[in-house]
Every structure is written in C-alpha cells, then in structure tokens.
Design a binder for this molecule. Structure first.
Ligand code: ADP
Ligand code: DP6
Ligand code: CO
Length: 351
C-alpha cells in the first residue's frame, strides 16, 4: 500500500480520510419555516439569505478505522443526546453514499453562540458537510454539497454559498424531490446595496425549543402558518426585485415583515412558541426610532431573542451605537457579506 494513502481507505482514493472545513452562518431575509418532509428536510417555501463574514464554524472530520463508533466534540466537549444523534445520522448518510462504513472523529468549533437563534446549525452543518464530504470522498460540486448540508439543517444549504443565496424548496410531489431542493448564489449588486447586519446578542444562551421542534409544532397547530407561507412566496418575488435595484429600504421592509410574520405564526401556535423577549422589543423600538430619524434600519429575528439589524454599511456604526444605547447589556457585532463554505488545506498531521 502506498504510504501516502490515508490509513483505512485504500480502496477509496477519493477519500481524503482527514479534512477540515470552515463555514459561516447566514441570516434569512425571507425565512425558511416549516418542512413538508422531515426526513429529507424539504421546506414548504423558498428562502433567501445573506451569509455573514463573522462567527465561522471550523469542523475537522477524520476517519477512524479502529474506533467502535463516532466520536463527536463541539468546542472540545463530547456531544450527547439529540445534537450527537443529528451529527451521527448525518455521517450515516455520508457513509451510505460513499460506500464506506468507517466511523469518524468529528471536532467542531463554533464562534457563534450555539442554539441562540444566530444560525449555528447553518454554519455547523455546512462545515460538517464540506469536511465529511471530503473525508469520505463524495466528490460533490457546490450544488451537491448544498443538498447534502440541507439534510443536516435546512438553513445549512444556504451557508454553502457566500453572499446572497436562494434556497429552492423544490417541487412538491416531484419523483426525486431531494434533487430539486438546493441553494444557489443569487447575483445582487452588492456594492450599490452596501448591506450590513448589526447583530445584537441580547441573550447568548441556548433556546429552550430547537428550531426543528418549533417549526414542526407551528406547521401542525398554527392557523397562521399557511397564510404566512403563501405571503412569503409573494415576499420573495418582491425581495428579488428590490435586491436587483439595490433598494435597501424595500429589502429591509420586506425582510422585517417576513420575519415578524414568521413570529406571528409561532405566537398563534397551540400552545404558543415565543422566542422574542422584552430585550428584543427594546431593540425593535430602537430600530423604529432610527427610522424616524431618517436612518434605513430594519430588524429580523430567527428562532431566538437576538436581533439582526439590516442597514447600509455606511450607517452600521451609528446603528450599533443606537442598539448599545437601547440595551446596555447586549453584545453588538458588525457583519457584512461573507464567504461560502471552504475546505482548508490538507492537515499536515493527517495519517
Ligand atoms: P441555531 O439558531 O443556533 O441554528 P438550532 O435549534 O437550529 O439553533 O440548532 C442548534 C443545534 O444545531 C445544536 O443543538 C446542534 O444540534 C446543532 N449544531 C450547532 N452547531 C453545530 C456544529 N458546529 N456541528 C454540529 N452540529 C451543530
Ligand atoms: C428561523 O435550519 O435551524 O432561522 O432544518 O430543522 O435544522 P432545521 O432548522 P433550521 O431553521 C432555521 C429557521 C430560521 C429561519 C431561516 O434561517 O431561514
Ligand atoms: Co438553526
């Protein structure tokens, strides 16, 4: 056997055996909320997002021929329970596709708070898809990687790409629905738009109810879910026009109403799911105040209390100061458009 061959994968020359990838979170301006297929992670609606240049996740996947089972750590701590189950189920999918049954050692590090509504599952599963895909030798192109990342967490399909991305729900009832549901980069006049997101972390703690459970419960019980899904498809069409003409005010207005509508679906679920806190509303008041003062600032919130304020890059410092003034305890981060998921060079200590 050639000495360069990674131990344990002599029959799979495509399998790197050891790969590390980096991916960034993305924030949806048109939200994904609700699955039509839980197993395949197929959404009811298309969604549209901006990948950030802050909060990268770094994930290393090493094949471990001698190990009895997968070893998975997040920020140096072994994962257990549902978070571990999600990673192992994802690896099972990769192994099945690769025709390679070996267990893996997965080491992942988030720089974004995990489970706080700041899209850790997006950066997390985009990085895992890229690293595991390379380690097991799947040889995927970007579209294939997006489909794969989707199976880990729907929003991860979009973090495969940098900048603005559109995730196609795919055709319900299509013979191979998996094939039709992937994200792709959306051409946007980014210079003219000059988008920035001021991220107000009012609470970095993990949510009590995961995005997955909350959206399932919303689809199952909220009378507002279907009307929101229908209006979200209309929002998407308007959003694409607003992005094309680099109209930040229109982009912000549509994003804000789309997010508030999504939260309305949750508030109408039985029982209600409420992620927005008193501090969230304080930031929303500050955003309204900025607008009254002539600053283009628009808020969006995901499954958590933290607020992302869309504004022009030129106004970001001023918006950040207003948010800090409103909630003194908030950690405020400035973000712009960031890169897609990428593999790091071969690990020098790979065996
Ligand atoms: P968030 O708002 O952070 O995306 P979610 O409820 O969607 O919250 O997902 C949080 C879950 O995503 C975690 O409990 C864990 O299962 C998974 N996750 C987060 N980061 C990673 C990572 N780096 N690698 C693997 N799984 C991750
Ligand atoms: C509110 O992608 O985290 O952030 O597919 O079950 O892992 P799963 O859910 P996830 O949901 C994201 C929901 C959202 C909106 C969005 O990012 O589009
Ligand atoms: Co998530």
């Amino acid at each position: 056997m050639a000495v360069e061959q990674p131990v344990g994968v002599p029959d799979h020359p495509a399998a790197a055996g050891d790969a590390t990838a980096v991916a960034h979170p993305n924030i949806a301006l048109i939200k994904y909320w609700g699955k039509r297929d839980e197993r395949l992670v197929l959404p009811w609606t298309d969604s549209l997002s901006l990948t950030l240049d802050v909060f990268p996740t770094t994930t290393r996947v090493r094949l471990a021929p001698g190990a009895g089972r997968d070893a998975v750590t997040l920020d140096g701590v072994p994962l257990a329970g549902e978070p571990r189950r999600r990673v192992v189920a994802f690896l099972e999918l990769v192994r099945e596709r690769a025709g390679l049954a070996l267990p893996a050692v997965v080491e992942t590090r988030n720089t974004v708070p995990t489970g706080a509504g700041l899209a850790s599952s997006a950066s997390g599963f985009a990085a895992l898809a890229a690293a595991a895909g390379a380690a097991y030798g799947l040889g995927l192109d970007a579209t294939g990687l997006s489909r794969l990342a989707r199976r880990g967490s729907g929003s991860a399909a979009r973090s495969v790409f940098g900048g603005f991305a559109l995730w196609h729900a795919g055709q319900p009832g299509h013979a191979d629905a998996d094939l039709g549901s992937y994200a792709e980069p959306l051409p946007v006049p980014v210079r003219a738009l000059d988008p920035a997101l001021v991220v107000a972390v009012v609470d970095a703690g993990p949510k009590a109810v995961s995005s997955r459970e909350a959206m399932r419960h919303t689809v199952d019980t909220s009378p507002l879910y279907r009307p929101w899904a229908a209006s979200s498809q209309a929002d998407l069409i308007e959003m694409r026009h607003a992005l094309d003409r680099a109209d930040l005010d229109a982009v912000g207005e549509i994003a804000e109403r789309n997010a508030l509508g999504m939260h309305a679906t949750m508030l109408a679920a039985r029982p209600a799911v409420r992620y927005l806190s008193a501090a969230t509303l304080t930031v929303l008041d500050a955003v309204l105040e900025l607008r009254r003062g002539g600053v283009a600032a628009y808020a969006t919130m995901d499954a958590g209390p933290n607020v992302k304020v869309l504004c022009r890059g030129a106004d970001a410092q001023r918006v950040a100061a207003a948010v800090r003034g409103a909630v003194g305890t908030a950690a405020v981060h400035l973000a712009g458009p960031g890169p897609g998921a990428r593999l790091l060079g071969a690990n020098p200590d790979a065996n």
